[in-house]
Design a protein around this ligand. Sequence first.
Ligand code: NI
Length: 193
Amino acid sequence: MITAPPERSTLGFDQDLFKRALDFAAWAHGDQTVPGSGFPYVVHVTKVAMEVIAATEGDPRPERNLAVACALLHDTVEDCRPEARSEVRSRLKAEFGVAVAAGVEALSKDHRLPKAAAMADSLVRLKAQPAAVRLVKLADRITNLERPPPDWTPDKRRAYREEARLILRELTGSSPPLEHRLRQKIEAYSEHC
Ligand code: NI
């Protein structure tokens, strides 16, 4: 007897989507590196995806795949090679669909706004997104609360910690495990402040 393969929605984790999104991120970021470490930029987005995967383990809902795709793609608009930005936007929609493209857009700061206003604006847009997208912002900040670059002044470090607290406050209710982990990271970051 031949058994039909299970429907995609019952498979849970979509490995092929993960691979496509990681390849896309590698293309969009090109030679960019992670500030501080100098590692290829995909190292950052893979860490963010890992946080999302760990926090949603065992969750059978298809939204988990939306969250993982948005994690891998979250910086492709904001931090891509500038000459690739408009192509990134149209390919995101064509290759990953409207939900992923809208999620990535909400996770992108508008560079035309002053820094503090850009974060507030992104948070407002994120709050209109499903929890699967909002939690990517928590995972991103968890990943970024590593040892700060040595040239950051104490003021800049404290401002970064304050911004992390704002993200946590504004996005509470998106993912209890990631909120818990972000709270721990904020506390640990205080040693650098
Ligand atoms: Ni990021």
